[in-house]
Design a protein around this ligand. Structure first.
Ligand code: BEZ
Ligand code: FE
Length: 297
C-alpha cells in the first residue's frame, strides 16, 4: 500500500466512527485508532509480531479473574494506571487556587479488600503477622493545614515477608488491614508491621513480558491507605519505606518521592503512644493533605 493509502486507511477507520452519538466514546475510539495505526507504522509492524501481540492479549484475558486482574497488572506495568491516577489528581486539584497541593496519589493495586475491621486509634492491625512492629502516626488535614476530625483511613499491607493475606490461602482471613478515624485534632496512630518489597504476580503473560524485557518484577516496601473526609477528594496512596530494595525501580511506577518515609528504629521500651514494647520496633510519621471537592463536582 502506498503511503497515501496508509493515511487514507486511518482516515476511513476514523470516519467509520463519525455516526457515534456518544461524543466521548467517539473521541476515545478515533484517538485510539490514530495512535494504534501510528504505532504500527512507526515500528513497521510485521504480521508475526502482530499475531504474537494478539496471542499475548488473549492469554492475558484467559488468566484473568476477579482475584487475578491480569489486564490491570498489564496497565500497571506499562505505567498506564499511574498515568490515569496522575491525570485524575491533576483534574481534581485544578480547582484549588493558592493552596498547598494535596498528598500525591498512587495506584490502588489488586489487594484492596473492602470492609476491613473498624479499629480504635492505637490498635495493632497486624497481631500475629510476621514482620517488625511499627507505630504509624500523623495527621489528616485539608490543603491549608486545617485538621480534619473524623477522617477515615482504610489501611492495608502485605506482611514482613512480602505476602498479602489473600495470597496465603484459598480461604483467607483479613490480616494487616483496618479502618480507623482521626481524633478531634485530625491525628491518627496505629500499629502494624514494616512492609517489605515483594514481586507482583509473575506466573502469567505479564510476568513473561517482564522477564523477556529484563525488567524488575518487584515493588518496594509500602503500606496502602485510602483516606477520605466529607467535602474532600478521597485519596488512594501509599507510604513507602525509605531505603527499601527496589525503591527506585517500582515495577508499577507508583513510587513518588513525597511518599517515601524514614522508618525510625527504636530499642525496646515505652513508645510515644504509651505502649510498652518488649522488642525493638520502628515508627513512621506521615501527614495526609486532602483537596476540597471542586465546586462543580
Ligand atoms: C500493590 O501494591 O498491592 C500492587 C499494585 C500493582 C500491582 C500489583 C500489586
Ligand atoms: Fe501493595
Amino acid at each position: 500500500m502506498s503511503i497515501y493509502n496508509q493515511d487514507k486507511l486511518t482516515q476511513d477507520v476514523v470516519g467509520a466512527f463519525a455516526r457515534c452519538s456518544d461524543e466521548r466514546l467517539r473521541v476515545l475510539m478515533t484517538s485510539l485508532v490514530k495512535h494504534v495505526h501510528a504505532f504500527a507504522r512507526e515500528v513497521d509492524l510485521k504480521p508475526d509480531e502482530w499475531l504474537a501481540g494478539l496471542k499475548f492479549l488473549t492469554a492475558t484475558g484467559q488468566i484473568s479473574t476477579d482475584k487475578r486482574p491480569e489486564f490491570i497488572l498489564l496497565s500497571d506495568t506499562l505505567g498506564l494506571s499511574m498515568m490515569v491516577v496522575a491525570l485524575a489528581q491533576a483534574r481534581a486539584s485544578g480547582a484549588v487556587q493558592g493552596a498547598m497541593a494535596a498528598t500525591e496519589a498512587t495506584v490502588e493495586g489488586p489487594f484492596f479488600w473492602p470492609g476491613a475491621p473498624e479499629v480504635p486509634l492505637g490498635a495493632d492491625i497486624a497481631e500475629g503477622v510476621p514482620g517488625e512492629p511499627t507505630l504509624y502516626m500523623g495527621r489528616v488535614t485539608d490543603v491549608d493545614g486545617k485538621p480534619l476530625a473524623g477522617a477515615l483511613l482504610d489501611v492495608w499491607s502485605g506482611d514482613g515477608d512480602g505476602k498479602y493475606d489473600v495470597q496465603l490461602s484459598a480461604e483467607p482471613t483479613m490480616k494487616a488491614r483496618g479502618r480507623l478515624r482521626t481524633d478531634a485534632e485530625g491525628r491518627y496512630w496505629f500499629w502494624s508491621i514494616r512492609p517489605t518489597y515483594y514481586p507482583v504476580p509473575d506466573d502469567g503473560p505479564v510476568g513473561d513480558m517482564l522477564r523477556a524485557t529484563n525488567r524488575n518484577i518487584n515493588r518496594p516496601g509500602h503500606i496502602h491507605m485510602m483516606v477520605s473526609a466529607e467535602g474532600h477528594v478521597p485519596l488512594t496512596t501509599h507510604i513507602f519505606v525509605a531505603g527499601s530494595p527496589f525503591i527506585d525501580e517500582d515495577v508499577v511506577f507508583g513510587k513518588r518521592d513525597s511518599l517515601v518515609v524514614d522508618f525510625e528504629a527504636h530499642p525496646p521500651g515505652r513508645a510515644v503512644d504509651g505502649r510498652e514494647m518488649k522488642q525493638p520496633y520502628h515508627s513512621a510519621s506521615f501527614d495526609f493533605r486532602l483537596a476540597p471537592v471542586p465546586a462543580s463536582a
